[in-house]
Write a protein that binds this ligand. Structure first.
Ligand SMILES: NC(=O)c1ccc[n+]([C@@H]2O[C@H](COP(=O)([O-])OP(=O)(O)OC[C@H]3O[C@@H](n4cnc5c(N)ncnc54)[C@H](OP(=O)(O)O)[C@@H]3O)[C@@H](O)[C@H]2O)c1
Length: 283
């Protein structure tokens, strides 16, 4: 009986072992998500990206967790580490979770540029590079590592909060390259011209709406046998991002994690879509 169980566990790990690469691991969601992922039998390693080494001690102390520097202000070092992770990967799925983000009150050109850089342009760049590296690896080794990209987004990025003009502009964008060009033009436009969204953190909302658009467009450009990319709103919970909003209805982190884990792990949550509470958010 015991031997059968061991064989079953080995077989399960062989057929379904997953490696996770997570940005912003030292944040509130990042830390709690790392903890939860480490409890999943098929997850054989969690690479936890941090920008501030002094916060690494906050991460779960676990033999399967490897912290690595992953600063959006200088992603080259993190990308080198990711390349070596892929090169030595013997699992059959890599889950890339683009979780790192900033959210600043108010709006001006600097906030806009910084927010678009961390929340949108970096996840786009990282996702493209990782997808390409895995594709090359598979071709060279005649292997079949699958890739799940999970873009941690926000309800603030739902299109209903934006002007019709912005929605039309966004829908005219048909490829990831066009989207990147569009974001660069936003970088260079005067902020006053951007009457797109309302609320206290309009740059954050804009960055997440663009991230959601990236999910749709990149999904169209990837093969769906080996790749899945989804946007995921975790709901609202207490962190530096919500601390200033006393009126917000917050969910406890256990519920948040229980809601997002299935979408992170299960390919039945289909590519190109935006999920919240395991439901598709119209986008
Ligand atoms: N809190 C909510 O209610 C809520 C709602 C909807 C969506 N979300 C999304 O959930 C995700 C996690 O947010 P959170 O609430 O857990 O906030 P958080 O605790 O502030 O976590 C954000 C993480 O991003 C990292 N980060 C920020 N700038 C970075 C940079 N330049 N380079 C590398 N890492 C950087 C932070 O690093 P440090 O640890 O060094 O500060 C932190 O680990 C975000 O994508 C957010 O948009 C949150």
């Amino acid at each position: 009986m015991c031997v059968r169980l061991v064989v079953l566990l080995l077989w399960f790990n062989f057929v379904a072992s997953k490696v996770v690469i997570l940005s912003g691991a030292t944040g509130v969601l990042g830390t709690r998500l790392s903890q939860a992922l480490l409890q999943i039998p098929s997850i054989v390693r969690v690479y936890a990206g941090y920008r501030d080494f002094s916060k690494v001690k906050q991460l779960p102390q676990h033999t399967l967790l490897t912290p690595f520097p992953f600063d959006m202000d200088d992603i080259a070092i993190g990308l080198n580490t990711i390349e070596s992770i892929i090169q030595k990967c013997s699992s059959n799925e890599i889950i890339l979770i683009n979780n790192a983000a900033i959210c600043q009150m108010g709006a001006d050109q600097n906030i806009l540029r910084e927010t678009l850089h961390v929340n949108t342009l970096c996840p786009i760049k990282i996702s493209k590079i990782v997808a390409n590296q895995i594709k090359n690896f598979n071709q060279r080794h005649k292997d079949n590592i699958r890739l799940s990209i999970i873009n941690i987004s926000s309800g603030d990025g739902e299109l209903v909060y934006f002007s019709t003009a912005f929605r039309e502009e966004l829908c005219r964008i048909k490829s990831v390259i066009e989207l990147e060009d569009f974001i660069m033009t936003l970088h260079n436009r005067e902020y006053e011209d951007l009457v797109y969204s309302s609320g206290g953190t309009p740059c954050y909302s804009l960055s997440k709406a663009l991230l959601n658009r990236f999910t749709v467009l990149f999904s169209n450009e990837l093969d769906h046998v080996n790749n899945r990319i989804v946007s995921l709103c975790p709901g609202s919970f207490m962190s530096s991002m919500t601390a200033s909003n006393e009126l917000m209805d917050l969910t406890d982190l256990n519920t948040v994690i229980a809601d997002i884990l299935p979408v992170v792990l299960d390919w039945k949550y289909k590519t190109g879509l935006f999920y919240r509470f395991r439901e598709i958010v119209p986008y």
